[in-house]
Design a protein around this ligand. Structure first.
Ligand SMILES: [Zn+2]
Length: 175
């Protein structure tokens, strides 16, 4: 498993829904969460399938691993959909495994309701607020080809401009 880095156009694709939860899908989820824990050193608390080159609507996350690496409360989301967001918005600093070393404050709704299928194919709903709502919205964006830098004001985008250019240069050299 390898991280897909900005500005790979793969990160801009609309990911496909999962039509059947097969053992292969569950295995992918397990591999994703293990990979995310390993990548946690660079600040990952969530991972979307497109970030590992898989255009599928799968997310894994563990917001608790931010507080304590030893506590593991993995969350798995299959075909997640945000059905409601709060009017109240908050600013919070975000980073992304696909955009190493880039951090910037992003304004998003403070809370959201997300519907998804769990590993058994059962429909679940989570009402999330605070950090969990933040991670869910950030990760779900990956399934729609969106990145957190898309939300930055021109000034803030300029502030991370050098680092973005560097990633663009690295990508060009590799491809
Ligand atoms: Zn991300």
């Amino acid at each position: 498993m390898e991280i897909t880095y900005y500005p790979d156009p793969f990160l801009r694709k609309l990911a496909d829904p999962i039509d059947k939860i097969t053992p292969a899908v569950l295995k992918t989820l397990d591999e994703m969460i293990e990979f995310m824990y390993v990548a946690n050193g660079s600040g990952g608390v969530g991972l979307a399938a497109p970030q590992i080159g898989l255009s599928k609507r799968l997310l894994v996350m563990d917001p608790s691993s931010r507080e304590d690496e030893k506590i593991k409360k993995p969350l798995f989301f299959i075909n997640p959909v945000i059905t409601h967001v709060s009017k109240e918005e908050v600013e919070y600093e975000e980073g992304c495994l696909s955009l190493p070393d880039i951090f910037a404050p992003v304004t998003r709704p403070e809370a959201c309701i997300v519907k998804y299928l769990d590993r058994k194919g059962q429909e679940k709903t989570i009402e999330a607020d605070g950090f969990l709502a933040r991670v869910i919205q950030h990760e779900l964006d990956h399934l729609d080809g969106k990145l957190f830098i898309d939300y930055l004001s021109p000034l803030r985008k300029q502030m991370v401009g050098k680092k973005l250019k560097l990633l663009e240069k690295i990508y060009k050299e590799k491809n």
